[in-house]
Design a protein around this ligand. Structure first.
Ligand code: NAD
Length: 418
C-alpha cells in the first residue's frame, strides 16, 4: 500500500512558495506576508458517543489568505489531520483560487478522526459541534467550506443547517458541495474529476495526443479518483489500474469501469473485483502507463519512487501528492506534472458557481455548468502553460508564479492597514 510521506505537507508548501518568491524577487516582508496564515482556530470537540461515553476530538480551521476574497476550502476528517497539514492545505487553496481566478482566498479545516469508526449520528454531532465552535470564523462572506477527504455532501448539509439555525434563517452559501435538495449545484460532485480530465487532455494535446492514445493509472478511488477514472474511460483512455487504501486492481487493456464502480458501491473497495488482478498499492505508482493520477493523499510520490515512475504525465488529483524532491526528479526525467493547484481546481470552480447560484437563488443547468467549467479550466491551463514556456519552468513552478503574483498584487493594491 502506498504510504503518505509525513515529512510534511507544510514543508512542501513552504518550499514551493519560497522558490516562487525567490524567482519573483520579492523581499522578505512580502514573503512572510504570503507565508503566514491570517487566522487559525484550534477547537476541542466534545462528543457524546452512542454508548453514552464522552470523547474529546480536536479540530482546526485555518484562513491562509483572505486578500482576494473570503476564505475557501474543504473540511477533512482523517486521523492524521493536524494544524500543519491544515496550514499547508489552506495555503494551496490560496494559490488554487488565484490560478483559476476566483474571488476567494484560501482556507482549510479538519478534524482528527477516523470517520469510519463512528456512526452517522456521532458524525452529525461532531460536525455540528465543530461548526458551532468555529462559527465566528465562517460565513458566506468570510469563509466557505466544502467536502474533502472523509466528508461529503451530507456533512455540508449539517454545517449549513447548524450555521443557519444559529443565524435564524437559511444561508445556503455558507458551504458548497451541498446536496441538490438544499441548494447544491448540478455538476459539483464530479467537478474535480472533470477538471482533472480536462487538464490531462490539455497536457496530452501539447504532444499531439488525446485520451484514446493513453493508458491511465488512478491512485485513490474516492470522490475524485472514481469519477476521474470513469471520465478517462468514457473519453476512450484505457484505465489499467486503480487503487484505494485497501489495495489495487490491474488489467492490461483497461478495467471495465461501470462494473468496477458497481463492485465498489456494493463492497466499499476495489479489492476483490473479479475483472482484474490484484496489485500491491505501491506498484500502481510505478506501473508502465502513460498517465498517472494520484488522487488519494499527499506525499505519495517521493525521491524513493520518483525515479521508477514510468508515466510521462502525472496529473495531480490529490493535493500535495508529490514532494519537492520527487518533483525535481520527475522534471529531470522529462515527466510532465500537471500540478494540484491547477489539475484539481475543477471542484473549487464549481463550488464558486454553487456559491454564486446560492447568492442569486437562481440555479443553472448542468450543461451551463459543464461548459463554464471547461472554459475556466482551459483558460487556466493555457495561462499556466504560457508562463511555463515564457519562464522555461515546470507547470508547477508556472502555476505558483502566476498565483503568487496575483495574490501579491492584490496585497500591494489594497495596501497595508493601518
Ligand atoms: P475521498 O475520501 O473521497 O477518497 C480518498 C480515496 O483515497 C479513497 O478511495 C481512499 O481509500 C484512498 N486512499 C487513502 N489513502 C490511500 C493510499 N495510501 N493509497 C491508495 N489509496 C488511498 O477523498 P477525495 O475527496 O476523493 O480527495 C482525494 C484527494 O483529492 C485529497 O488530496 C483531496 O484534498 C483532493 N481534492 C479533493 C477535492 C474534492 O472535490 N473532493 C477537490 C480538490 C482536491
Amino acid at each position: 500500500m502506498a504510504r503518505p510521506n509525513h515529512a510534511g505537507p507544510l514543508a512542501t508548501a513552504q518550499a514551493q512558495l519560497a522558490a516562487a518568491v525567490e524567482r519573483l524577487g520579492y523581499d522578505e516582508g512580502l514573503h512572510t506576508m504570503l507565508a503566514t496564515p491570517r487566522r487559525e482556530l484550534h477547537v476541542a470537540i466534545p462528543l457524546r458517543r452512542d454508548d453514552g461515553s464522552t470523547q474529546v476530538l480536536h479540530g482546526f480551521r485555518v484562513q491562509h489568505n483572505i486578500t482576494r476574497g473570503p476564505g475557501k476550502g474543504g473540511l477533512r476528517y482523517h486521523p492524521s489531520v493536524d494544524i500543519d497539514e491544515v496550514r499547508a492545505l489552506a495555503m494551496w487553496m490560496t494559490w488554487k483560487c488565484a490560478v483559476v481566478e476566483l474571488p476567494y482566498g484560501g482556507a482549510k479545516g479538519g478534524v482528527a478522526i477516523e470517520p469510519r469508526l463512528y456512526s452517522p449520528g456521532e458524525l452529525e454531532r461532531v460536525t455540528r459541534r465543530y461548526t458551532s465552535e468555529i462559527m465566528p470564523m465562517i460565513g458566506p462572506e468570510r469563509d466557505i467550506m466544502a467536502p474533502d477527504v472523509g466528508t461529503d455532501a451530507q456533512t455540508m448539509a449539517w454545517v449549513m443547517d447548524t450555521y443557519s439555525v444559529n443565524q435564524g434563517y437559511t444561508i445556503p452559501a455558507v458551504v458548497t458541495g451541498k446536496p441538490l435538495e438544499v441548494g447544491g449545484s448540478l455538476g459539483r460532485a464530479t467537478a474535480t474529476s472533470r477538471g482533472v480530465v480536462h487538464c490531462a487532455r490539455a497536457a496530452l494535446a501539447e504532444s499531439g495526443l488525446d485520451l484514446p492514445d493513453v493508458r491511465v493509472a488512478v491512485q485513490g478511488f474516492g470522490k475524485v479518483g472514481s469519477h476521474a477514472a470513469r471520465f478517462f474511460a468514457e473519453g476512450g483512455a484505457r484505465v489499467e489500474a486503480v487503487s484505494d487504501e485497501f489495495g489495487a486492481m490491474h488489467r492490461s487493456g483497461g478495467l471495465d469501469l461501470p462494473r468496477l464502480l458497481d463492485h465498489v458501491r456494493r463492497t466499499g473497495s476495489v479489492v476483490d473485483f473479479d475483472g482484474g488482478d490484484p496489485l500491491p498499492g505501491d506498484a500502481l505508482l510505478t506501473l508502465d502507463v502513460d498517465v498517472l493520477v494520484p488522487a488519494a493523499v499527499e506525499g505519495v510520490l517521493t525521491h524513493e519512487n520518483a525515479p521508477e515512475v514510468k508515466a510521462r504525465w502525472v496529473v495531480e488529483g490529490a493535493n500535495g501528492p508529490t514532494t519537492p524532491r520527487a518533483d525535481a526528479i520527475l522534471a529531470d526525467r522529462g515527466v510532465v506534472v500537471v500540478p494540484d493547484i491547477l489539475a484539481n481546481a475543477g471542484g473549487v470552480v464549481v463550488s464558486y458557481f454553487e456559491w454564486v447560484q446560492a447568492q442569486q437563488a437562481y440555479w443553472w443547468t448542468e450543461a451551463e455548468i459543464e461548459a463554464k467549467l471547461a472554459e475556466r479550466m482551459a483558460t487556466a491551463y493555457a495561462a499556466v502553460a504560457e508562463m511555463a514556456r515564457r519562464e522555461q519552468v515546470t507547470l508547477r513552478d508556472a502555476a505558483l508564479l502566476l498565483s503568487v503574483q496575483r495574490v501579491a498584487t492584490a496585497h500591494r493594491t489594497r495596501g497595508l492597514y493601518p
